[in-house]
Design a protein around this ligand. Structure first.
Ligand code: F6P
Length: 564
């Protein structure tokens, strides 16, 4: 397969005939979810689709079949399917870095034919080769063949990374915790706040700790600082507990530190043996990398079989996105629904509410995936975006959120589209007397989307005996858009499907907006300024005085109040 060219310039969505029709349709749109459900007994079936093991019901969104028809026309006019095909084939869609975008290649099954060759690289061979090395390493740790320098079995794997080198691994680890091998746990260190390094290493035995330094670039300040802190902690600990000598330090680092990076030369400079490093490639974005060697911590603690199942789930959703007809293509339909909500209903945020405690880090993971990808005002040809772009993603697991912020979703003045996620079978079925607790949990899941969609009218409130001003306070407008996503169980495969679903939704939205969803220049300025400010923070008077008055005042406050 050859490398196709990236499309040269984005189609301005606002110039399409679909956009004009959607605007007119928006103004003319009449009715409510109550009415639409009453008029059309097929509405739920019409808007519900399966993608691999996911069952997705879009019917409680504020749209009609005509809305969806126009949104699909919009997708055709801006070329979503063509760009999707170009991405899968290895086109350089990441224009600002002139890179292919091939996270989908990370989960192609072994032996896929024909092999994927892009820019002269046999991608399948490289991906499978690296996975093989990761799995070999993981098995050695799991079996006890790989030990620390004192011969003790590894009990804790500390993953040091930030952003995509942390959020994906920690989210998947938390989601699939029941699969962790007995006697083996993972911890995650990301923040440069020294408290994080202190708390992450607290109580650990250096002799049984293995550290994975995960950084795509191997230049990230937080990760390298934390890696040095943990290296000192480890060597100090080994000196104390095992009498480690200076001569043994190199061996100790080799036994207790491995790395994951695209920059293997920098790994070596840091002092980690390249033999103990796992690579990936610049065509994998950080936030799209949990299924690359960045998942080494997962393959080690959860096991290669679990990791393979996760990859198979990703691939199942890739296949669906690549081949399902547009009218049933779930990532496409969900991405277009988001476009409708953001660009026509003026939604600014998007809640993701997993009814699964194991998915408690999923919203945080999605924040990087969606907001680092589509939080941009410039299109891939350098021109300004012509519409609002990237919504703010946020969320917490239900039912905790119900007792915190759902008030605003139910009765506030803003439109907050929300994705509700739940599983038929729990990981731990518990009963409260006769009551199956998971059923109680799911009753909440079903109740929330019902309340948001259909609300409660003033008449219904009065019929319950409420009168006066309290009627308005107890009324629910309804017509608050939600999407329900269900699956049989939170298996590794289902988790892979969910992650890939959101990757592709992000892609669809980015394509409609004309955005390169694969770069992140917006994080650079802050990084640069943090480096520049180091002198002033450290007390260089001339540098402090040269700052703007606000920054100067804040630094002076810090210097006056810092103890120790
Ligand atoms: O600062 C943003 C970012 O570049 C993310 O895109 C990335 O996931 C994270 O930093 C960590 O980068 P690295 O894996 O290179 O350390």
């Amino acid at each position: 397969m050859t490398s196709p060219d990236a499309p040269t310039s984005p189609v301005d969505p606002t110039t399409t005939s679909a956009w004009a029709e959607l605007e007119a349709h928006d103004l003319a749109l009449d009715g409510s979810l109550r009415e639409w459900f009453a008029e059309d007994p097929e509405r739920a079936a019409r808007f519900t689709h399966d993608a691999a093991d996911l069952h997705v019901d879009l019917s409680k969104n504020l749209l009609t079949p005509e809305t969806m028809r126009l949104l699909l026309q919009l997708a055709r006019e801006v070329g979503v399917e063509e760009r999707r095909d170009a991405m899968f084939a290895g086109a350089h869609l990441n224009t600002t870095e002139d890179r292919a975008v091939l996270h989908t290649a990370l989960r192609r099954p072994a032996g896929s034919s024909p092999a994927l060759t892009v820019d002269g690289q046999n991608i399948d061979e490289d991906v499978r080769g690296t996975l093989h090395r990761v799995y070999e390493f993981a098995q050695k740790v799991r079996s006890g063949q790989w030990t620390g320098i004192t011969g003790k079995r590894i009990e804790t794997v500390v993953n040091i990374g930030i952003g995509g080198s942390d959020l994906g691994p920690v989210m998947v680890y938390e989601a699939l915790k029941p699969h962790a091998q007995d006697g083996l746990t993972a911890r995650f260190l990301s923040n440069i706040d020294p408290t994080d390094a202190y708390e992450t290493t607290r109580g650990l035995d250096p002799e049984t700790t293995l550290v994975i330094v995960a950084s795509k670039t191997f230049t990230t300040l937080e990760t390298l600082t934390n890696a040095r802190l943990v290296r000192s902690w480890l060597l100090d600990g080994l000196r104390e507990s095992a009498g480690l000598t200076v001569e043994q330090e190199k061996e100790a680092v080799a036994k207790h530190f491995v790395a994951v990076s695209t920059a293997l030369d920098k790994v070596e400079e840091f002092g980690i043996d390249p033999e103990n490093a796992f690579g990936f490639w610049n065509w994998v974005g950080g936030r799209y990398s949990v299924d690359s060697a960045i998942g080494t911590v997962l393959a080690t603690v959860l096991g290669p079989d679990v990791f393979e199942e996760l990859l198979a789930g990703f691939h199942a959703m890739d296949q669906h996105f690549a081949t399902a007809p547009a009218e049933q293509n779930v990532p496409l339909l969900m991405g277009l629904t988001n476009i409708w909500n953001v660009n026509f209903l003026d939604a600014e945020t998007h809640a993701v509410l997993p009814y699964s405690q194991y998915l408690h880090r999923f919203p945080a993971y999605l924040q990087q995936l969606t907001m680092e990808s589509n939080g941009k005002a410039v299109r891939w040809d350098g021109s300004l975006a012509t519409t609002e772009t990237g919504e703010v993603f946020w969320g917490e697991p239900g039912t905790n959120g119900q007792h915190a912020f759902y008030q605003l979703i139910h009765q506030g003045t803003r439109v907050i589209p929300a994705d509700f996620i739940a599983f038929a079978t729990p990981d731990h079925a518990l009963a409260d007397g006769e009551q199956d607790v998971h059923e109680l949990f799911l009753a909440n899941f079903f109740a929330q989307t019902k309340a948001l969609a259909f609300g409660k009218t003033a008449e219904e409130v009065r019929a319950e005996g409420t009168e006066g001003a309290l009627v308005a306070a107890r009324e629910f407008s309804g017509d608050r858009p939600t999407t329900s996503i269900m699956a049989p169980k939170l298996t590794p495969s289902v988790l892979g499907q969910l992650i890939a679903l959101y990757e592709h939704i992000t892609f669809v939205q980015g394509t409609v907006w004309g955005i390169n969803s694969f770069d992140q220049w917006g994080v650079e300025l802050g990084k640069q300024l943090a480096k520049d400010l180091a002198g002033a923070v450290g007390g260089d008077e001339a540098k402090i005085a040269a700052e703007d008055s606000s920054t100067e005042g804040l630094i002076r406050y810090y210097r006056q109040h810092r103890e120790g």
